[in-house]
Write a protein that binds this ligand. Structure first.
Ligand code: F6R
Length: 260
């Protein structure tokens, strides 16, 4: 059963689902609807995509729709939020590997339409590379939809606490909590990169539609701060409170501290 609850008037875009599966399926449906609508109009769908545990079931559902319902990704142009720096594309912990494995290899997206920050540039090429990434998004008319997870410190993309709300795509130092959470994938803290390239907060908030998905009890504290707390750079995701195009999609566990 799908439950929806409006926590306060500002949050009429908040939906709480009984399970992570239902929340993920709803998110996938929203993405599919956009792709189909753009197909009908003869346009491309410009998607901003996330990695991590949160979107995995969303991508599974999109793959299912592709295989069993004929959903085509031929009109999709994708831009991923972030990538570790430095990391090789072939590294199983790279977000390029993640995206190929969890989505792109299983759908009919054109390879030339896939954009993920590549971190094979030298440190003095990075600023130019980041500006190119930013301009590439603009050249497509901006992101039609941005899918977001949220870090336990409130980051979106890798915009760590302290990131300016007008920041654009850039190299960033990863926060200790972000690196700690990445041990799960890298096996040891020493293996976790110290830096990443991330879209900026300003890049993200320009998206015409933003879906923030949060699953599980471990996200409940930060969800409370991000949705109900003060809007300040120490919780980067708090800026989303000010945006009309944001939809928060939570499972019951992530919403436990904001349920009435
Ligand atoms: C990933 C990203 C991050 C994650 C966040 C949550 O591309 O931009 O902001 O969305 O760290 O990660 P998970 O989903 O693994 O809890």
């Amino acid at each position: 059963m799908i439950k929806s609850s409006n926590i306060q008037p500002d949050f009429d875009k908040l939906t709480v689902y009984d399970s992570a599966v239902l929340a993920s399926k709803y998110t996938a449906k929203k993405i599919a609807e956009l792709i189909l609508q753009k197909q009908k109009e003869g346009n491309r769908a410009i998607l901003g995509l996330a990695t991590g545990n949160t979107p995995k079931m969303v991508y599974e559902e999109l793959i299912r729709m592709h295989k069993h319902e004929g959903l085509s990704f031929s009109n999709v142009v994708s831009f991923n939020l972030d990538e570790y720096y430095p990391i090789s594309d072939n590294d199983e912990q790279s977000y390029t590997y993640f995206m190929n494995n969890n989505l792109f290899n299983h759908v009919d997206i054109k390879k030339e339409n896939i954009h993920i920050p590549h971190t094979d540039c030298t440190s003095n090429q990075i600023s130019e590379y980041c500006l190119d990434y930013e301009n590439k998004i603009k050249s497509y008319g901006g992101l039609d939809l941005q899918l977001l997870g949220i870090g336990r410190n409130g980051h979106i993309g890798f915009n760590e606490p302290g990131s300016k709300f007008d920041s654009i795509t850039r190299l960033i130092d990863l926060h200790p909590l972000t690196r700690e959470d990445a041990i799960e994938n890298f096996g040891d803290l020493n293996n976790v990169p110290h830096q990443a390239i991330t879209m900026g907060i300003n890049t993200i908030v320009q998206a015409k539609k933003i879906l923030l998905l949060a699953l599980g009890e471990r996200k409940s504290e930060i969800i409370k701060k991000a949705l109900n707390g003060t809007i300040a750079t120490d919780v980067p995701s708090s800026i989303l409170q000010t945006l009309p195009q944001v939809e928060y999609i939570l499972d019951r566990e992530a919403a436990v501290l904001i349920q009435k």
